[in-house]
Design a protein around this ligand. Structure first.
Ligand code: SAH
Ligand code: SF4
Length: 429
């Protein structure tokens, strides 16, 4: 979603004469769009600001104005504390106020050198953003839902992104059409909790499955996917859509976090390991080649050795194609940070490496299964080698191919020759 928001910020600034620069030296404006989800992500911003500081100093000496903006969820959570810790920052805007950036930059003057705007606004950000997107990529991100009311006890999102909000259907359809006109072949529908989507359509609300069917009917769209979904919101109609809509990819990111029911309860996740497995099986029933990825947190307070083993058992049962796994990071202000039974760092390390070794093995096995087989690949970017293009399989694997006959945006049948954990290599057939 930060990628989407960054694209939106560029679209806001372009009419004011800004263009994307390749380095800090030649920039008049630097925007750091930040993530607050784990401590490590949040701390990164201060080291980056440290790297930027000499450029600010030099521009001051030259009498040039280099404006530095911190946006995103760290901005929302820390507000003016950011300017206190790093006075080179001029502007702090949150995920719900960045649409005001051009106006805020206008307001900066010799008298007012610092502006913090992180109050959740009355106006709707999406109504204020440009209607025409600037996006020439084969894969386009489209935010349809933002914020979250789930309040998982480890997570900052409900506090930084705010309450759950679904964009109206017709706004989304018009943005999708605009992206397709510019060459998008795959639409990735985004939301912190995307399958809780319930957007206004005429005088009723539409679910995510209905929205997917509307988008599937637009001419020119070749692939649809969505992320990130919460297991408790995997409704029957959404599961059924995977069996009905051909261009909905047979891949789903469905974070489980833990395979232990006690830990899931401490996390306030609102499902059990058994109900999660049931969803996976139902999806495999409607589309037998469904592949799943997930997020995991190890070392959440109260996670015993047995509880961790339950996570390993769940992983073995589901057999993931890919996954992200993290050590629990205590986030100030979240209920998890003050729970009893915090797990020692060395135990977290041990558990993470055990979990990752199984997940890595599953990922390699998943990829290796495709050697000697063929599937459609959507070409997305230029590779590092001569005449090489890189695309994605229907299961979100990166696929490398050497070809002079195709270009980015083409869907090509590729025969897979080699596989490793992170990518596949093949030839056009
Ligand atoms: N809405 C999604 C997740 C969004 S956050 C869901 O409900 O699954 C992305 C991922 O970051 C989470 O799935 C979780 O695995 C991880 N994460 C969030 N807070 C964390 C924390 N405090 N410590 C470690 N990992 C965390
Ligand atoms: Fe965070 Fe996802 Fe839970 Fe919402 S559902 S609180 S975004 S982990």
């Amino acid at each position: 979603m930060n990628v989407y928001d960054s694209e939106r910020m560029y679209e806001l600034m372009k009419p004011h004469g800004y263009k994307i620069s390749q380095n800090y030296e030649e920039s008049d404006l630097i925007i750091l769009n930040t993530c607050h989800i784990r401590e490590k992500a949040a701390e990164k911003i201060y080291s980056e600001l440290g790297r930027i500081a000499p450029f600010k100093k030099e521009s001051n000496i030259k009498g040039k104005q280099l404006n530095i903006v911190v946006a995103g969820c760290v901005a929302q959570a820390e507000g003016k504390e950011i300017i206190r810790r790093q006075p080179i920052v001029d502007i702090v805007v949150g995920p719900q106020t960045y649409h005001r950036l051009p106006e805020i930059l206008n307001r900066l003057s010799n008298k007012q050198r610092k502006i913090v705007d992180t109050e959740f606004p009355i106006e709707n950000k999406f109504d204020e953003l440009k209607k025409n997107r600037i996006n020439k990529n084969a894969v386009a991100f489209l935010s349809i839902q933002e914020g979250c009311d789930k309040f998982c006890s480890f997570c900052v999102v409900p506090y930084t992104r705010g309450a759950e909000y679904s964009r109206p259907v017709l706004d989304i359809i018009s943005e999708a059409k605009n992206l397709i006109q510019q060459g998008a072949k795959e639409i990735c529908l985004l939301g912190q909790n995307v399958n809780a989507y319930h957007g206004l359509y005429k005088n009723r609300t539409m679910s995510l499955s209905e929205l997917i069917m509307e988008i599937a009917n637009l001419s020119g769209v070749k692939r649809i996917r969505y992320m990130t979904s919460h297991p408790a919101d995997m409704s029957e109609d959404l599961i059924a859509a995977h069996g009905k809509v051909d261009i909905l990819l047979p891949y789903l990111h469905l974070p489980v976090q833990s395979g232990d029911n006690n830990v899931l309860e401490f996390m306030n996740r609102k499902y059990t390991a058994e109900s999660y497995i049931k969803i996976i099986n139902r999806l495999r029933n409607v589309r037998k080649d469904m592949a799943f990825s997930s997020d995991f947190i190890v070392g959440f307070p109260g996670e015993t050795k047995d509880a961790f083993n339950n996570t390993l058992n769940l992983v073995k049962e589901v057999n993931y194609c890919q996954a992200y796994s993290f050590k629990y990071s205590r986030r100030p202000g979240t209920p998890g940070s003050v729970l009893k039974g915090q797990v020692a760092e060395n135990i977290k390390d041990e558990r993470l490496s055990k979990l990752q070794s199984i997940l890595n093995e599953q990922q390699l096995n998943f990829n290796s299964k495709f050697i000697g087989k063929s599937f459609d690949v959507l070409l997305e970017r230029i590779g590092k080698k001569d005449n090489q293009l890189v695309g994605k399989s229907p299961y979100m694997q990166a696929v490398h191919v050497k070809t002079k006959n195709y270009k980015i945006g083409d869907t090509v049948k590729i025969h897979i020759l080699r596989a490793d954990k992170n990518s596949l290599e093949g030839k056009c057939i």
